[in-house]
Design a binder for this molecule. Structure first.
Ligand code: ATP
Ligand code: MG
Length: 413
């Protein structure tokens, strides 16, 4: 099957010209280039996906360097792994030297050896991700599909390539669920049987690898679908016995999307995922996933604040009180609590802090107070804090009012 016409229609001009250039360069230097993976899958399905993945039988890094130079791309290379990433304003292009893999033990990172396109396709997760399109002169546009990926696309099946696949790499259990839910496909019955049977293999995965797969889920349009499915399969519980994917999570994820910046959404989803956990379970989760220090702090703050919310559960609370209860928490943890809390008063107090109170500053600075004759020292700190509280509570508005209050306080303390 030749897809040359589809490629022409599917790809925007810039990536299209680029793959033609790569094709020419590769052919001239006796190398062979192939489009592979998600883009091939999505092109056949008719979905936009311009993250191009190329496999090179030859030297991907050297070829990428030549292409990047000629097309002014941002280039990152990993010569040790034979990989390179070119970034353009609207799309990215990954180039990898064709390789085969063997697994020293389940869940370990594979040992990599140079190989052919067929070796490279055989190491992939599912048949629908294991198709390639030739960019070589003699068969440009030809679909290379040794695992019947196209038939599986037509039948809407997620299928592994060999029975040991989930044992080699149990992240594929999580990945299968992600594609199943995103594409609305079915996990092919034999694959599903093996998937269920191998759920304990999740234990062989490093924290980083599980976390990476969760992050991929959190970049989906509706991550709750995959989360709920992982719950139903018992995969979430295998990661941490207290995790849950249920209707509560689904509705909170939905709310998160309507309030959060896209860049913060994955971390916010994670906060909501741990929200029902006890602090000890959260600590176990942080350890299991090897969550980086900063993000771990956000998760801890989320649960610490959850235990203090009753203090904010009143409609008439002073703004300064809200401020001093909340200023030490990470904003994302506050946001997660605003979404998770069922109390309207708590919700609006948290939102008030996030949108207004946290930005309130006094007009007068410490230096200006010293110029007013207040000596540097603890008294200065107290007066500044009192001015800040007054400003938060709308008791002073202008600089002049602050000055008057400062002088008044000076005569008292
Ligand atoms: P997406 O649309 O989610 O980005 P993708 O197919 O591009 O889909 P990636 O996670 O970007 O998925 O991975 C790129 C390709 O690498 C996949 O198509 C798949 O062939 C291969 N791959 C990724 N992870 C694995 C894995 N754990 N085992 C085998 N192959 C994998
Ligand atoms: Mg991808």
């Amino acid at each position: 099957m030749n897809l040359v016409i589809q490629i022409e229609h599917y790809l925007p001009q810039q990536p299209l010209q680029l793959i033609k250039t790569i094709s020419k360069q590769a052919n001239q230097s006796g190398q062979r280039a192939y489009l592979v993976g998600g883009m091939v899958r999505d092109m056949i399905l008719g979905y936009a996906n311009f993250d191009l993945d190329l496999v090179i039988e030859g030297n991907a890094v050297k070829l990428a360097q030549q292409i990047a130079k000629a097309s002014q791309a941002k280039l990152i290379t990993h010569p040790r792994f034979g990989t390179a990433k070119l970034s353009y304003s609207d799309f990215t292009l990954d180039m990898t030297t064709a390789r085969g893999e063997t697994y020293a033990r389940p869940g370990a990172l594979p040992e990599v050896t140079p190989g052919t396109i067929n070796d490279d396709l055989f190491r992939r997760d599912f048949s629908i991700n294991a198709m390639a399109i030739s960019l070589n002169k003699n068969n440009y546009g030809e679909l290379i599909d040794p695992h019947q990926g196209k038939t599986d696309l037509e039948n809407r099946f997620i299928r592994i390539l060999h029975p040991g696949s989930f044992i080699d790499d149990a992240t594929r259990i999580i990945r299968a669920t992600r594609y199943e839910q995103r594409l609305g496909f079915e996990i092919e019955p034999q694959t599903f049987q093996l998937l269920k049977q191998n759920i304990p293999m999740i234990d062989t995965l490093s924290g980083d690898r599980i976390r990476h797969e969760l992050e991929l889920i959190f970049r989906e349009e509706y991550p709750e679908f995959a989360i709920n499915r992982l719950n139903q399969l018992g995969v979430l519980q295998r990661i941490n016995s207290s995790l849950k994917g249920d209707r509560w999570i689904a509705s909170k994820f939905d709310e998160a999307r309507s309030v959060s910046k896209l860049s913060q959404l994955p971390s916010l989803y994670l906060c909501l995922l741990v929200y029902p956990l006890q602090e000890e379970d959260n600590e176990r989760f942080i350890q299991r996933l090897n969550i980086p220090t900063k993000l771990a702090q956000v998760l801890r703050d989320t649960l610490r604040l959850k235990s203090q919310l009753h203090l904010l559960d009143k409609p008439s609370i002073k703004h300064s009180e809200i401020y001093y209860l909340l200023y030490e928490y990470k904003p994302l943890a506050i946001q997660a609590n605003a979404i998770a809390s069922e109390s309207p008063a708590v919700h609006s107090n948290l939102e008030l802090f996030l949108t207004k109170l946290r930005y309130v500053r006094t007009t007068l600075t410490g230096k200006e107070l010293i110029n007013l004759g207040i000596p540097a020292g603890p008294q200065l700190g107290e007066i500044l804090q009192a001015l800040h509280a007054a400003k938060l509570n709308n008791e002073v508005k202008t600089g002049a009012e602050e000055k008057r209050l400062a002088l008044l306080l000076k005569s008292y303390v």
